[in-house]
Design a protein around this ligand. Structure first.
Ligand code: ADP
Ligand code: 5GP
Length: 203
């Protein structure tokens, strides 16, 4: 069976990654979302096992020691990591898996899964980015400033990605992610040999 595609979405906080991924999963229900582990406290309305696996720093460090993460990083003072087993199992079953992770994590994943598709989400402007973080209303003033300042550094990393989407109109941004996934599935890879053999067998 063909392996599933690993789709990595990242970009600065407030660019709209979470919103885009949620809409994508609504219209592409066959894509499996990788739920990350974090030491950050749950926000109002967040559900254990759906938004994140919330855990203590000690538990997270035990999982690091057991090599249970595909990648992990320290982001804004907390640990975040992608559980390895889920990604390996689902992609081996031929399912596409979506990771919404920060840039440090995405670069680690790129080392391990160079055939994954790496998508960077940008806001229309820095001014709009700040407005979005403020309007989301999930961070303290200090955390907003920290995320906004980090965004200036993070933008340079877009060069390491395969695709960049400016999230101006949400519907357009989601359509672009879907188009990228479709195109990736038509890419000529080493699997092309199987397709060639299938045609030759008919002769
Ligand atoms: P991220 O996951 O990148 O940190 P979010 O998905 O939480 O960002 O989006 C940040 C805020 O911006 C949210 O309040 C969200 O509703 C809003 N938002 C996302 N995309 C758009 C868009 N295209 N136009 C206007 N607001 C948006
Ligand atoms: P938030 O606290 O807003 O949910 O997430 C903060 C940042 O952590 C976001 O940029 C988000 O993409 C990133 N993040 C979420 N899960 C993971 C993960 O498993 N690994 C890494 N490296 N970053 C993650």
């Amino acid at each position: 069976m063909d392996k599933g595609l690993l789709i990595v979405v990242s970009g600065p906080s407030g660019a709209g990654k979470g919103t885009i991924c949620k809409q994508l999963l609504d219209v592409e229900p066959d894509i499996m979302l990788s739920v990350s582990a974090t030491t950050r406290a749950p926000r109002k309305g967040e559900v254990e096992g759906k938004n994140y696996y919330f855990m203590t720093k000690q538990h997270f460090e035990e999982l690091i020691a057991k090599d249970e993460f595909l990648e992990y990083a320290h982001v804004y003072g907390n640990y975040y990591g992608t559980p390895k087993r889920y990604v390996q199992e689902k992609t081996a079953q031929g399912k596409d898996v979506l990771l919404e992770i920060d840039i440090q994590g995405a670069l680690q994943v790129k080392e391990k899964y160079p055939h994954g598709v790496f998508i960077f989400i940008l806001p229309p402007s820095m001014k709009e980015l700040k407005q979005r973080i403020i309007h989301r209303g999930t961070e303290s003033e200090a955390a907003i400033e920290q995320r906004f300042m980090a965004a200036f550094e993070e933008i340079d990393y877009v060069k390491k990605y395969d695709y960049c989407i400016i999230n101006d109109d949400l519907g357009n941004a989601v359509d672009k992610v879907r188009a990228i996934i479709k195109a990736e599935k038509c890419k000529v890879t080493e699997d092309i040999e199987k397709i060639i053999s299938r045609f030759k067998e008919e002769i």
